[in-house]
Write a protein that binds this ligand. Structure first.
Ligand code: NAP
Length: 283
């Protein structure tokens, strides 16, 4: 970070997470743990913001001493239109989850979900070589777009995608390019043949929702299978993949890793993601 920005950081910086509702967010616990662990004199608080108040609140936050914020549902898309600077990846994904309120008054919007997605796999499956073969993504919502963007950045040569509502997958192909191949939802099982990486980016398997049910017969042992759902940690999809000899990575690490770039920018310390943090966030 340039010196001008370092020196502009307040003595007791405040960051937070904006969403509506916000009580469920695990981010305050996560950032609060890091602040305590590194002895940083700063604060991280949940800020409930109704959609009709978003623009007004964003304008006020820097004046109130906030150095930045995480953004969650339902504001991830709408903050893009209110930011002064939007990173290329946030623009491509169509959503931002991390805001930096710069000393010059400008709001900088980034998306770190794709970073968190890849960092989670690399930490938990260090032998993973993403460009050895096709990647297969199930789902085409906001989280899927982040996974697609980051997988393409790792150099995968073919990115297969399927979604219940096919048009959303077609849209991703139109925006992300010719390496993206759309499979029909009814053909989801075929998409897994020869894949090196398989991702559930739907909300199926979350607590209170039915399991994701697609035929996994084509999954080869050793395939890296990951689920973006993290409640529960062990989804039926991951259970079945593990029973087939696949290497599995749960979705909690993505949530933890996506938080690290924001924490570093706001509080000046690169935080670590480890088992202690997992335990604290799950508690
Ligand atoms: P989203 O934009 O609402 O997308 C939801 C996706 O799930 C869409 O592809 C949707 O398909 C699919 N879906 C929903 N109900 C379905 C059903 N009954 N059958 C088949 N497909 C169905 O949500 P999102 O933000 O992408 O989040 C998706 C999941 O990722 C959530 O569980 C979220 O908690 C998780 N997530 C995790 C992290 C992390 O850090 N680990 C980060 C972000 C999100 P249609 O298009 O057909 O509706």
């Amino acid at each position: 970070m340039p010196d001008s920005q370092q020196s502009a950081r307040p003595n007791s910086p405040i960051a937070g997470v904006i969403g509506w509702p916000i009580a469920h967010s695990r981010s305050p616990r996560l950032h609060g743990h890091w602040l305590q662990r590194y002895g940083i004199n700063g604060h991280y608080i949940p800020v409930p913001v109704m959609p009709e108040h978003l623009a007004e609140v964003l304008r006020a936050m820097p004046r109130m001493g906030f150095v930045g914020a995480n953004v969650t549902i339902p504001h991830k898309e709408s903050v893009l239109a209110l930011a002064d600077v939007v990173t290329d990846r946030a623009a491509l994904i169509g959503a931002a989850n991390t805001l930096i309120f710069r000393p010059d008054g400008k709001i900088h919007a980034d998306n770190t979900d794709g970073y968190g997605f890849i960092a989670n796999i690399r930490q938990n499956a260090p032998g993973w070589i993403p460009d050895l073969g096709p990647a297969a993504v199930i789902g085409a919502g906001g989280a899927a777009r982040a996974a697609v963007a980051s997988l393409l950045e790792t150099g995968v040569t073919e990115l297969r995608i399927t979604n219940r509502t096919r048009i959303r997958a077609e849209q991703i192909r139109a925006e992300f390019g010719a390496k993206v191949v759309v499979y029909d939802w009814a053909q989801a099982g075929n998409m897994l043949e020869g894949a090196v990486t398989v991702v559930n980016a739907t909300s199926m398997g979350m607590e209170g929702k039915p399991a994701l049910r697609i035929p996994l017969d084509a999954l080869a042992p050793g395939t890296l299978v990951t689920d973006l759902v993290y409640a529960p940690l062990m989804t039926p999809f991951l259970e079945e993949a593990q029973a087939r000899g696949c290497e599995i990575v749960d979705g909690l690490g993505m949530l933890l890793h996506q938080a690290t770039p924001g924490f570093e920018r706001w509080f000046g310390h690169r935080p670590e993601v480890d088992d202690e943090l997992r335990r604290i966030v799950l508690a």
